[in-house]
Ligand binder design. Structure first.
Ligand SMILES: [Zn+2]
Length: 114
């Protein structure tokens, strides 16, 4: 389960980024693209396991938002959403460029009293 080191790294990053305000974090939103190879439920589980070990995390709510895969069709010069891993545009041409879907990042941090 490689989600554990990922979530550990994210917590470390937040501690470094908000050294004074870390204890006021009430919610962290993570965006995970469908191509990022992480399962939202496993991220949640990894975070819950970390909370059990680290009491200072217990007031933080983690939300994982899944991002769909979006590809770009050169022929149409348009973006389209990839479903069922079918990287083919409505015009029939295969898409070569992935615009969205690989990201794994913290997209939002909410603080108490903000
Ligand atoms: Zn097309």
């Amino acid at each position: 389960m490689h989600e554990v080191p990922i979530i550990r790294e994210m917590v470390k990053m937040l501690q470094e980024q908000y050294p004074d305000k870390f204890s006021q974090i009430i919610k962290v939103t993570v965006e995970a693209g469908l191509l990022s190879n992480v399962q939202p439920v496993l991220i949640q589980n990894a975070f819950e396991a970390l909370v059990l070990e680290n009491d200072f995390l217990k007031d933080i709510d983690l939300e994982v938002v899944t991002l769909p895969i979006i590809a770009h069709c050169d022929a149409c010069d348009k973006n389209f959403t990839v479903t069922k891993h079918r990287f083919i545009c409505g015009c029939g041409k295969p898409a070569r460029e992935i615009v969205q879907g690989k990201e794994l990042r913290i997209s939002r941090v909410d603080f108490l009293n903000e």
